[in-house]
Design a protein around this ligand. Structure first.
Ligand code: PXL
Length: 283
């Protein structure tokens, strides 16, 4: 058994609906990685298609939590950020990076703000510019194609995509700063859906696909990002990690589709964890 690695996961807690920390914490922990959490807000549910959610903003707590961890000399092998509620939170996360970034750890930013061509209801177009500034400081970013367009200030392309479009999008995103880009929601036809990876250091572009399950399931970006980071910290290459994350996310979606659960309520990743751990060669 290798030494225990530690992640700082900076996302909200949506009590019901399986996304952000209620997904990141169990998945990364199951992959044998200590998961320290910095909650940005507490909501009754996520904001995707569910009305009447409560929202307790925790911005005020973020600097004191950061300072306390710094005083304890805690070190992280990775910093993983997701849903952030405001410009102020983007600035606080930037400060967190300044405190805890080392030459040996990695920053993974999932620029959670949009999907299917639309910004999530609580965000403004200006927020996308702030998110771009945060992505510039990351080692790896994991946007979907809507978020990629927003980061680049381009119009959304609903697909199907071409290799030229995907590769030029990833190269432009990498030119913002991150050495590695993983693009989700990539498809060239109706049959398959998956992710593309680009590593600016090696120039390698790779694709990982699974058979498409129809429908839009909530929280899949967080399942994907958590699985990707887990695989990278378990020593897999970017491409292998993307394959593991695509298989795990698709398995969770397939299970949910078979059960006919409300697509807003998140995917059944829990019962897909054994397969994920086998893919990680932990089981
Ligand atoms: O899964 C992304 C996400 C995370 N957190 C909250 C959200 C969303 C997407 O809608 O609303 C609160």
């Amino acid at each position: 058994m290798k030494g225990l690695k530690r992640v700082a996961a900076i996302h909200d807690i949506s009590g019901f609906g399986k996304c952000s920390l209620t997904v990141a914490l169990p998945i990364i922990s199951a992959a044998g990685i200590e998961t320290t959490i910095l909650p940005t807000a507490v909501l009754s549910t996520h904001t995707g298609g569910i009305e009447g959610y409560t929202y307790r903003d925790l911005t005020e707590d973020m600097a004191p939590i950061t300072a306390h961890w710094k005083s304890l000399n805690i070190r992280f092998d990775a910093i993983y950020t997701g849903f952030l509620g405001s410009f102020e939170q983007l600035n606080l996360v930037t400060k967190f990076f300044e405190e805890f970034k080392t030459p040996n750890n990695l920053i993974l930013v999932d620029p959670v703000m949009a999907d299917n061509g639309q910004l999530y209801s609580i965000f403004t177009p200006e927020f996308a510019i702030g998110m771009r500034n945060l992505c510039e400081k990351a080692d790896i970013i994991v946007p979907n194609l809507t978020e990629a367009a927003l980061l680049l200030g381009e119009d959304y392309n609903p697909g199907p995509y071409t290799k030229e479009y995907i590769e030029s999008t990833m190269k432009k995103l990498s030119a913002l700063g991150p050495e590695k880009v993983v693009l989700t929601g990539v498809f060239f036809d109706d049959e398959e859906l998956g992710a593309a990876t680009y590593d600016a250091k090696t120039g390698e572009v790779a694709y990982e696909f699974e058979k498409r399950v129809p429908g839009y399931y909530h929280g899949t970006g967080d399942v994907f990002g958590s699985a990707l980071l887990s695989a990278i910290l378990n020593g897999f290459s970017l491409r292998e990690a993307a394959g593991i994350a695509v298989r795990f996310t698709t398995a969770a979606i397939r299970r949910t589709a078979e059960e006919g659960t409300d697509i807003r309520f998140g995917v059944n990743f829990e019962q897909s964890i054994p397969g994920f751990l086998q893919d990680l060669k932990i089981l």
